[in-house]
Design a protein around this ligand. Sequence first.
Ligand code: ADP
Length: 392
Amino acid sequence: MNILIVDDIATNRKLLRVMLEAEGHIALEAADGVKALQILARETADAVISDILMPNMDGYRLCREIRKSDSLRHLPIIIYTATYTSPGDEKLALEVGADKYLKKPAAIATIAAALDEVLAMPHAAPRRAVLEEVEVLKEYSERLVAKLEEKNYELALANLALERSNDELKQFAYIASHDLQTPLRNISGFVQLLQSNYAGALDERANDWIRRTVQSAKQMHALIQDLLAYSRLDTEAQPLLPTPFREVFNDTVALLETTIRDAGGQVTCDELPTVTGDRPQLVQLLQNLIGNGLKYHGQEPPRIHVSVRPSENEWVFSVRDNGIGIAPKHHARIFEIFERLHTQQEYPGTGIGLAVCRRVIHHHGGKIWVESEAGHGSIFNFTIPERATAQP
Ligand code: ADP
């Protein structure tokens, strides 16, 4: 027998095809109701097995169209669905003209038995009276709304579970980085003791290994500090309040005072507005951006300038430096956590700073991006909405 399989998922069609061919049938395939009708117009099928949820034309509609057609009205139809599984769904399937209703996945024997049953139905017998169009449309939309409500509920549950596991993950990152600090401090302490107490007694190779261990411990300390700062963005977020950005700038420059002096740098700013923000987070943001400007400098001593301009309902801030610049192909990836463009020897760092910036700006409901060419300095821009409200 020729059996037409109608399903938008290719794997489902393939499974049925294998099953039908094993039973000695010939399988035809269509990915939705419209394609099924096209095939039925040119080829002879002895029965249809159709899914319900499909693009273009679903299984209910396909049943209606087949039952309305003079040439196809006697074609046996089995509805085979994984989504529309409530008693109301089954009732509607039978009312619109299906001969049999099966839930996915069904055993081979069940499908084969259903096929035998519908194929054995007297060909010329009048089919079940098909409901009036209005009635069908009413039932049809009710089924659809019920399905949507059910899906919405499932989505809400899944969201809740996701939120919960997200919160647990944040807690975990915080606790793990916090707890790693103590053993690391011990490792650094003992290796430094080894270095100071046995410096003369050890050969050059042993001293070199100690130096490298101290260096690695320092790097790990920096990583843990930055990871803690990253996870604290969630655990210690403050409400967004009016915050004079000039004070954020002053705090940042005070924190970076030694670095600025060591680099022979100059950090300046325009007149800066009061924004709605989380002050400690904004200091972290500016500290990372200005800190990077100081770190990634070229031959010239670093010159960093913070400017601002109003745009539609938001402030656009820019932190401009005269440093080594960044090739455009790297612009998106540097905001990802742990993404770095240099080795520790070239420029030390953890690759977390810009990920922190991005998170801070998203929390304020703004955007952050960079304009730069390799060798021509960088401008890091970010926006803060005039009336920022905290984003999760
Ligand atoms: P880190 O500085 O610890 O590596 P960041 O997340 O702050 O981590 O920066 C990611 C990468 O982006 C850096 O490794 C560097 O290659 C590049 N970068 C960031 N800021 C600048 C800048 N002002 N000038 C040039 N390159 C920069």
